[in-house]
Design a protein. Structure first.
Length: 503
């Protein structure tokens, strides 16, 4: 009943009301008119949903007792079908927000800006050496608040497309027709500019969109591993399948924000598994992946906060019988190995390119603070709106599942399995109360949305452990919840515009 109410509440808010989606005068999301081909546009999403649902249903019977090789195959299949699901959900949006949006979101600086900056770069080394000087100009939007990783990434894609004929041919052959038409429109309008859109540019933009979507879909793999820390395989498998149906992921694709959940989850998996196994290699890998994330965005800082809180939980705060042994030794080894990877890559970057990332991050932080000077926000209003916006962007059915875990962990609040729920809640609360994101939480908080799936683990695991629930009954319950999340996603994707304009 709660799930039905959640789906209905989302529908009434988005479709049947004129309540502003945000705070008028500061920031609001726009409702799109219903597409002329609305019902027809739902067919790809329904077809892929049937495929994904069937795969998860069958996999629920297999993953618990299958071999490691088969389990890897199942996870690989989940990634592939999740990739298709994200593309199909995108096609359910109004026409201008389907594949065509890839062209203008990534091309025009008003929507993103990193491709535009990458086109200006003639020498990547020189660009990095003078990156801090650019940040001192005080840009508070794209480049000024981000490290150089995204621009360098586009430079890498440009190089790859320039040096591989077969890659260019493949990218040109696989572009959807509405994306081709969007490129043609941009090309005609840019003929008089110093840098008109070229065939090479079209390849780079399409490749960037594919990689962003692949990263978003691949989040299911580290998310499954996070769930596995305290849940059985079937529980983890079923919950991970909710991720492709998180509305914000489709709504804001192909923005770089959609790849941050994969990086964040991977950092947490490597670190927590390293803590559990006392593995120097996993610690080192966690530090390196965290460094990579920090070259893309400061959004990964709360991930480090969560990792620290979970470390304290597993080593000292949970029940004595659940604590990981040798806490001081493991912590010191982890900090040494993870810190070595992070510091080494930072030093190599500074020595090899002249780019001092510590200074870059400091200027990014300052410029982010400057955003609210240029665009004032009312703290107390966003304090109220942000949790609602986050809940709708994640999908209200999924939020209901996550909140159901509160009753479970409250009964045994210091159990090891309660740690992710409490620490995810604490980290988000700290981020929420600081007011670092006042507006656009639906997009800027995508990196933490896998935590809500993770937080649903205790409640779902408790259902799995109840003797009166058979495997078939639990799969039916999962299917009911999953369909509710699908309906919530379609409700938002078909009516909410994730981007305000084309330029």
């Amino acid at each position: 009943m709660k799930l039905v109410c959640a789906v209905l509440a989302g529908f009434l808010l988005i479709w049947c009301s004129s309540i502003p989606l945000g705070i008028p005068g500061e920031w609001t999301w726009v409702r799109s008119p219903v597409a002329d081909d609305f019902w027809f546009s739902l067919l790809p999403a329904c077809a892929w949903a049937a495929l994904l649902g069937a795969g998860v249903w069958i996999g629920s019977r297999r993953v618990e007792g299958c071999s490691r090789v088969e389990r890897i195959a199942w996870l690989g299949g989940l990634f592939v079908v999740s990739f298709g699901m994200l593309g199909a959900l995108r096609e359910a949006a109004p026409p201008e927000f389907r594949a065509a949006k890839i062209a203008w979101v990534l091309y025009f600086p008003g929507s993103s800006g990193y491709f535009t900056e990458a086109r200006k770069v003639r020498d990547t080394g020189e660009f990095l050496a003078h990156y801090v000087d650019e940040l001192k100009n005080g840009d508070v939007l794209h480049q000024g608040t981000h490290p150089p990783g995204l621009i360098v990434g586009y430079r890498g894609l440009m190089w790859a497309c320039s040096h591989s004929t077969w890659l260019r041919q493949g990218l040109l052959a696989t572009q959807p027709e509405d994306l081709r038409e969007a490129f043609r429109i941009i090309q005609r309008s840019s003929l008089q500019s110093p840098t008109p859109l070229t065939e090479h540019d079209r390849c780079v933009l399409w490749l960037a969109a594919i990689l962003m979507q692949a990263c978003a879909a691949a989040t299911v793999i580290p998310l499954y591993q996070l769930l596995r820390l305290h849940s059985r395989r079937s529980t983890s498998w079923q919950l991970a399948a909710f991720w492709p149906l998180v509305p914000a992921v489709t709504l804001f694709s192909p923005k770089s924000d959609t790849c941050f959940p994969f990086v964040g989850c991977l950092v947490l998996v490597l670190w927590l598994q390293g803590l559990k196994k006392n593995s120097l290699l996993l610690y080192l890998m966690a530090g390196c992946v965290f460094w990579l994330g920090m070259t893309l965005s400061l959004a990964l800082l709360p991930v480090a906060c969560l990792a620290g809180l979970l470390t304290a939980w597993d080593l000292w705060l949970c029940r004595p019988e659940d604590r990981i042994p040798q806490p001081v030794t493991r912590l010191l080894r982890g900090l040494a190995a993870g810190g070595a990877g992070f510091i080494a890559l930072t030093l190599v970057t500074a020595l090899g390119t002249g780019c001092n990332l510590l200074e870059v991050w400091l200027w990014n932080y300052r410029n982010h603070a400057g955003f609210y000077v240029q665009f004032p926000r009312t703290y107390w209003k966003w304090l109220l709106v942000n949790p609602v916006e986050l809940s709708v962007a994640v999908g209200l059915p999924l939020v209901v599942l996550a909140l159901s875990s509160a009753a479970v962990v409250w009964k045994n609040p210091r159990a090891a399995a309660a740690g992710p729920f409490w620490m995810c809640l604490l980290t988000w609360s700290l981020l929420w109360l600081t007011g670092k994101n006042m507006g656009e939480a639906a997009r800027l908080w995508i990196f933490l949305m896998p935590w809500i799936v993770w937080a649903a683990g205790p409640a779902w695991e408790a259902k799995m452990g109840q003797g009166d629930y058979g495997i078939r009954d639990l799969r039916r319950r999962w299917l009911f919840c999953w369909i509710g999340q699908l309906l919530a996603a379609l409700t938002i994707i078909t009516r909410v515009a994730g981007f305000h304009n084309h330029g």
